[in-house]
Ligand binder design. Structure first.
Ligand code: XMP
Length: 512
């Protein structure tokens, strides 16, 4: 990937730093978020086309605030300082930063000089998100004002000769109208990028690098059928073929036919060296009589490791263990200083149990949407690439109370009907997560002339972007009606269907 143009994003602790990296990549330029104190040598080594200083909560006058010396502005590399980044640039280069009496917050009208290369194509008045108390009061020598708001005299500044730019507003957020265009202008007008970051070149480069790195040695991958591990596996397969072994532990708690579908794709379509372990009986026997959700999770996590370990032992020592770590995990864990193994995920904790020499994380520089694009580029079927999130413990936490084989079958059938009807109604792209839950409640019903006493199935569907909060989806009544009637008619031992109309918070997405 060294060959790609690179924009370095120096992280000064702002909450939108990931977004800045994403916006840059949306402009087809590869970007990396690095600690604010990255050394000058390292910067030179990475040879970026441009540098962006992010915002951050500090004040340049704070004793512990993150600082840089002048040197970085003398490398001849264009710099764009955002918010705190702009204030720091001003402070270091001899201007003055002052504290306003009142914080300026919200989408604010910014009057700009649209002759500046940074604002090419913009009108004179624009709405951008301002969020600051400190502001640039006096510009450093060589700088000119290119933007202001009613209460902020220097909302944008430039030193055209040295390619140094500062903006007080946040171009990366949605509330800044055409904000990405500001970033685009910085990349293309000022840094002179070409925009060569495309997924096909990522795939090509990765395959080459992985080939060189792994060569004839052996790699092992735990395949869950989830997007990240699937894409990682297919990428590795393309690079090293049969030197990759994937172990797919099927705990029997996947959705209807899912285990077989995963197997089919990986074995038939990609001819991957796959070991599928059908461990349903083992998992169900460990779960017998268990009703507490956290215990269910713990048992499944431990059992997963045990089964994987047994299989891995048969293979013996491998050189590489493949992990599907992605970029948000890396950034959140302190900027690539430590490798992350997702704790909530099924395969969490594997490294301690597998005999291997090195971890490979082929997706560690990709955002989720880029992982999906990579998947499509590699030919992985759409239904797998756009799979909705599915919890590691699977259906075990969607069967309230004790898990039995019968209950598992009931839930699989009901859930499959729900998903089918959502797809038939064309709603699957709008609802981010939807599934059936088998409640532990039995109630009286009447079918034909007979009294029934059977289970209640609950339907859950949420719209969310981050899965931390979400609203229940307003599925049309006709669709709910069809789902309800099909479930009651087609799934034995269900005589009632309810729809969960609680958002998160206060409820969680899963019922357990
Ligand atoms: P909650 O229920 O906390 O779920 O609102 C938020 C998101 O996390 C998923 N989830 C899990 N994923 N192991 C996982 O891998 C788990 O134990 C687990 N519990 C919840 C859930 O499906 C939703 O997407």
């Amino acid at each position: 990937m060294e060959k790609n143009e690179l924009i370095l994003i120096l992280d000064f602790g702002g909450q939108y730093n990931q977004l800045i990296a994403r916006r840059v990549r949306e402009c087809n330029v590869y970007s990396e978020v690095v600690p604010f104190d990255i050394s000058i040598e390292k910067i030179k080594e990475k040879n970026p086309k441009g540098i962006i200083f992010t915002g951050g909560p500090a004040s340049v006058y704070g004793t512990d605030s993150p600082k840089r010396s002048k040197e970085i502005f003398e490398l001849g590399i264009p710099v764009l300082g955002i918010c705190y980044g702009m204030q720091l640039m001003t402070h270091v280069l001899g201007g003055n930063v002052a504290r306003a009496e009142k914080r300026e917050y919200g989408a604010t009208e910014v009057k700009i000089n649209n002759e500046s290369l940074l604002f090419e194509g913009f009108d004179k008045n624009n709405k951008f998100l301002m969020s600051h108390t400190d502001f640039v009061e006096r510009l450093p020598e060589g700088f000119e004002n290119i933007g202001l708001t009613e209460s902020c005299p220097n909302a944008a500044i430039e030193n055209k000769d040295k390619n140094l730019y500062g903006i007080q507003f946040h171009p990366e957020v949605n509330s800044s109208v055409n904000g990405t265009k500001v970033i685009y202008n910085f990349l293309f007008n000022i840094c002179k990028c070409k925009g060569d970051w495309v997924i096909s070149s990522f795939v090509e480069e990765s395959v080459k690098t992985l080939k060189e790195k792994i060569g004839d040695k052996k790699a092992l991958c735990a395949l869950s059928g989830g997007v990240d591990s699937s894409v990682a596996a297919v990428l590795l397969n393309k690079a090293i073929g049969k030197n990759l072994t994937c172990i797919f532990v099927d705990h029997g708690l996947l959705r209807k036919n899912e285990g077989d579908e995963v197997e089919k794709v990986f074995r038939e379509q990609f001819d991957i060296n796959l070991i599928r372990v059908n461990a349903k009986e083992q998992f169900l026997s460990k779960l017998a009589g268990v009703t507490d959700p956290e215990r269910k999770r713990k048992i499944i996590g431990e059992e997963f490791i045990r089964v994987f370990e047994q299989e891995a032992k048969k293979i013996g020592t491998v050189d590489f263990l493949v992990q599907g770590t992605i970029y948000p995990d890396v950034i959140e864990s302190g900027l690539g200083k430590s490798a992350v193994i997702k704790s909530h995920h099924n395969v969490g904790g594997l490294p301690d149990y597998v005999d291997f020499k090195e971890i490979v994380e082929p997706l560690r520089n990709l955002f989720k949407d880029e992982v999906r694009k990579t998947g499509l580029e590699l030919g992985i079927p759409e239904n797998l690439v756009f799979r909705q999130p599915f919890p590691g413990p699977g259906l075990a936490i969607r069967i309230i109370g004790e898990i039995t084989e019968d209950k598992l079958e009931i839930l699989k059938d009901a859930d499959s009907i729900f998903r089918e009807e959502i797809a038939n109604a064309g709603l699957h792209k709008n609802i981010n997560q939807y599934f059936a839950v088998l409640t532990n409640l039995k109630s009286v019903g009447v079918m034909g002339d007979e009294r029934t006493y059977d289970y209640t199935v609950a339907l859950r569907a949420v719209e969310t972007t981050d899965f931390m909060t979400g609203v229940w989806s307003k599925i049309p009544y006709e669709v709910l009606e069809k789902v309800s009637s099909r479930i009651v008619n087609e799934v034995k031992h269900v005589n009632r269907v309810v729809y969960d109309i609680t958002s998160k918070p206060p409820a969680t997405i899963e019922w357990e």
